[in-house]
Design a protein around this ligand. Sequence first.
Ligand code: ATP
Length: 298
Amino acid sequence: MQRQTTLDLPRIAEYLSGAPNGRTGDYAELDYYPEVDSTMRVARALGMQSSIGSGSVVVADAQSAGRGRMGRTWEAPPGSSLLMSIILKRTDIMSNFYLFPLMAGIAVQRALAELALPGIAVGIKWPNDILLRGGDGVERKVAGVLVESTLQEEMTSGHAVIGFGINVLQDASQLPHVAAPAPPPTSLWLASGVTVDRTNLLLAVWRHFFAVLNLPPARPKAQSADPVFSLWREVSWTLGRAVTVHHADGSTLRGVAVDIDSDRMGLGALIVEDETGARHAVHAGDVSLRADAARAGA
Ligand code: ATP
């Protein structure tokens, strides 16, 4: 691939070793693979080691078995993408675990928006698909996020792994075929003609993720919701839209996405109002969401 750029591994390792991940005495490391089955699997295993610091990164140029949500696959030709998993140890606010998918989506949105690609807007489809919209108005998926954890229910042991797949350099022939109405894929290069450096992108996503993670949380017992929810609402391309929710059992729910549940017990569920005015809480683990073509009420 002519546009291929190489990851600057010494620069990433140096950044991570001194990076402000909010913890002292906790050193983040880099674990790089030219090819691996899945950075998620490696990060999950690596996180078990007590010597591995929170914020450590597993990155690969190619994956033979890239994972998506709910057993789906993430496809990326070698060298085309940023394929990274960040390990988070329990010390990193595991009680906020339910916010990690939103935080990770916000981090990617910010890193991509910061690139200021000409004519390109960046938004999030609930819960955390990252979409680009160019001059033709079509919203295309440029990145996906996956959160896994070995945490036990009482959260006294274990770690979380946050996976990022960002399409950077693919041309149209190198993107997977995705059946409508799922968002069609794109890459940063295809959407904008800009060759984005994967090293800079990796560091930007990492930096934004920890910036959001380390935001002062809502005070315990305070009525106010965690600040992450308002950040998410600002960049959401789902709220206010007509959507169809596909449940795993084959049933569907049509309605308008009116909000995200910011109550601690609501776990970031999407609130969908059906035509009778009834509100349904939709949880990310169970469903696929399809935005209908028209903006609700438009
Ligand atoms: P969606 O709503 O797009 O199906 P999801 O959140 O349910 O997404 P993810 O885990 O984010 O699922 O991504 C997996 C899905 O994304 C796959 O089923 C496939 O349709 C699509 N996909 C796989 N590889 C890519 C890629 N490189 N770029 C964009 N989309 C991809």
